[in-house]
Design a protein around this ligand. Structure first.
Ligand code: C2O
Ligand code: CU
Length: 658
């Protein structure tokens, strides 16, 4: 009888259990309450972080919304222990995890921790979100298990919450822990000082001069003048440069900023600059594009010894030519210029040729962010630079490319909002410049473009660059006048072509018909090989790498022609110190527009460029590719006037110009 009753009761119990499994809310254990509060607080925190990230870093709010909703659901689940909700929640949380790991933004974020906006929040935001999703997911499983145990063995009511808390935290922590080494800090504390090369094949002491020549570099000084003197002091020192909110890079600078102080002088002035070195390694200053006396050219190992830590050096020259120039270190130029040792030099003409109400220089520079990410900047701003201007005012912008893009391609610049003229290249005025509309200006490393325009009645004018991209970037940008940069930027059209721009009514100093004392063919190549004792991709001139590239011997008064023949698929901005090139031909075709004078010619891949110069500045002058990576791996030679030098390049002196 009793057995029968017992048997009859079985189905009733089973029925009760099924009903509980589906609908009944079970009371929370003490541990469950802890879990509930933990999840509630995490939910609120996550929502707050998510909102802040959206506002300040522009991180996608979609992820934040998803995770916040997930946490809200989890909190409710823990609070109520309702199993039917549980079943519904498990699927979306798996889906969210799938999205988080497979969606490109996570992969992008891991590869590019600063995110597309140059902020660090994107990455931290993703870590928080993924960790939160993992915790929620494990918690969901925990609640399911809790319910299972409650029904089968009521004693184990603590199991689910304990599993939720401990399991969720462990999984979340493991995830963050696994990623902890990768999130790069927003600030890198120090830069590695340029390393002296050592070992076999590294030159110990190479003298670039002509032994026994009648003149030495040291004698080629600025003669005494009665000109007005401009004195400047440039102190090489370390600094932290803030490129945008939250992005700070360590730098070597002149006077604490990069670009260093803008030196503004008048044509005919004598410029006297004292370089004081507070860095721990040698530096120099080269006056790029300026026809200085050789002793002031700033090339370590050729015209001087690198100025050692704690020492100083005085540069003196007359500002012979008006225009936009720049200065940079020429000791370990590859590292020193890239890391901030540069600035602008502007020489105003004795008789002004253009009226400008606003005259500004803009240095395009790239910085190495965390994880070797390239940050494009204008005057050390990765975001928007602002320049006030009123309608009707005339503006001259002097754009200097101090950067090196990783591809070596020129950066393309354009002005959005008003037609503009290119009034000078490398500081030298163009003749009869036409008005251009959103024309992309290809600017090679070390080159300068001066552009000129009038502020329109309404709206701002924006200077944009493509960095190394197929389209223009929204940042960095220079916004001139009231308002903000346009939301939609133009597509990149037909590039500016210096060989056919401006009017041909003026004749150049040198024409293809001039009498040339000599013509030098310079084949620009690249091949695997060795340079200064290192093996790798070398960049050659006529098949040789520095210091074996030989030299071009010239005599004062000669007109010398150089024929660059680029046999590579890369651009080479070829620069000669102390002289100005007259551009003769590109790919064998003479110029049809204004005469063009440059100190740096951008030789395109598989193109030829013919330039000529008047040998009117005795000394030993570098002729090199201004892509410093190429110069560092061989692409340098000397133009020589039978001059000797007391300085040497190599490990004995510690001088390495590039
Ligand atoms: Cu601007 Cu030899 O360099
Ligand atoms: Cu090059």
């Amino acid at each position: 009888m009793s057995k029968e009753i017992a048997n009859k009761q079985e189905p009733a119990i089973n029925h009760e259990v099924k009903r509980i499994q589906l609908f009944t809310r079970l009371p929370l254990s003490a541990l469950g309450k802890v879990a509930f509060w933990g999840f509630l607080i995490t939910t609120i925190l996550c929502a707050a972080i998510a909102g802040a990230l959206t506002i300040f870093n522009g991180a996608p709010s979609r992820d934040i919304a998803i995770v916040t909703v997930l946490l809200v659901v989890t909190t409710i689940l823990v609070a109520t222990g309702m199993r039917w909700l549980q079943a519904i929640a498990i699927l979306p949380s798996m889906y969210i995890l799938y999205l988080l790991f497979v969606e490109p933004f996570v992969i992008e974020s891991l590869a590019d921790p600063k995110g597309p906006n140059g902020g660090y929040g994107h990455f931290i935001g993703d870590v928080v979100i993924i960790a939160a999703a993992l915790i929620a997911f494990v918690a969901n499983i925990g609640v399911v298990l809790q319910n299972y145990h409650r029904i089968s063995r009521k004693k184990l009511r603590w199991f689910g919450p304990a599993f939720s808390i401990i399991g969720g935290m462990v999984v979340g922590a493991l995830f963050i822990g696994a990623l902890a080494p990768s999130p790069a800090p927003a600030t890198v504390a120090t830069l590695q000082a340029p390393q002296m090369l050592a070992g076999k094949g590294v030159p110990t002491s190479v003298n670039m001069g002509m032994a026994g020549a009648p003149t030495s570099v040291s004698q080629l000084q600025q003669p005494a003048t009665t000109a007005h003197v401009d004195h400047f002091t440039l102190t090489a020192q370390t600094a932290q440069i803030t490129l945008s909110s939250g992005v700070t890079v360590p730098a070597w600078t002149f006077n604490g900023t990069a670009p260093g102080p803008m030196l503004h002088v008048r044509q005919g002035d004598e410029v006297v600059v004292t370089l004081v070195n507070h860095l721990s390694f040698g530096v120099t200053i080269h006056w790029h594009g300026v026809r200085v006396p050789n002793a002031s050219d700033g090339v370590a190992g050729v015209t001087q010894d690198a100025v050692k830590s704690g020492q100083s050096y005085v540069y003196r020259f007359t500002a012979l030519d008006a225009g936009t120039y720049w200065y940079h270190s020429h000791q370990f130029s590859f590292e020193e210029t890239a890391n901030g040792l540069f600035g602008a030099l502007v020489v105003d003409p004795t008789t002004p040729t253009l009226h400008a109400d606003i005259d500004e220089s803009v240095a395009l520079h790239t910085w190495n962010g965390a994880d070797n990410q390239t940050i494009y900047t204008m005057n050390a701003t990765g975001g928007t630079l602002n320049q006030t201007a009123r309608p009707g005012q005339w503006v001259r912008l002097r754009i200097i490319n101090t950067a090196e893009t990783s591809s070596g391609n020129p950066q393309l610049l354009t002005l959005v909002g008003v037609p503009f003229q290119v009034v000078s290249l490398d500081g030298h005025d163009l003749h009869g410049p036409q008005w251009l509309n959103e024309t992309p200006l290809p600017i090679g490393t070390a080159q300068r473009y001066d552009i000129y325009f009038q502020m329109p009645a309404h709206g701002p004018i924006t200077l944009v660059t493509n960095g190394d991209n197929q389209s223009y970037l929204h940042a960095p940008a220079l916004v001139i006048g009231q308002g903000s940069a346009p939301a939609k930027l133009p597509a990149i059209g037909q590039w500016f072509d210096l060989t056919s721009y401006g009017s041909n009514t003026a004749s150049p100093t040198i024409t293809p018909q001039s009498h040339f004392a000599a013509t030098y063919n310079i084949a620009l190549g690249n091949q695997m090989g060795t340079s200064l004792g290192r093996s790798g991709m070398t960049y050659s001139m006529n098949g040789k790498v520095f210091p074996d590239t030989g030299m071009i011997m010239v005599k004062e008064g000669q007109i010398v022609k150089l024929h660059f023949d680029n046999q590579t698929t890369l651009y080479h901005p070829m620069h000669l110190h102390g002289h100005v090139f007259t551009v003769l031909e590109q790919n064998g075709k003479p110029l049809t527009g204004s005469p063009v004078y440059q100190d740096t010619v951008l030789v395109p891949p598989h193109a030829t460029y013919d330039v000529a110069f008047i040998a009117n500045n005795p000394g030993i002058w570098m002729l090199h590719c201004h892509n410093f990576l190429h110069a560092n791996w061989g692409m340098d030679m000397m133009v020589m006037y039978n001059v000797s030098t007391p300085y040497t390049v190599g490990t004995v002196s510690g001088n390495f110009p590039d």
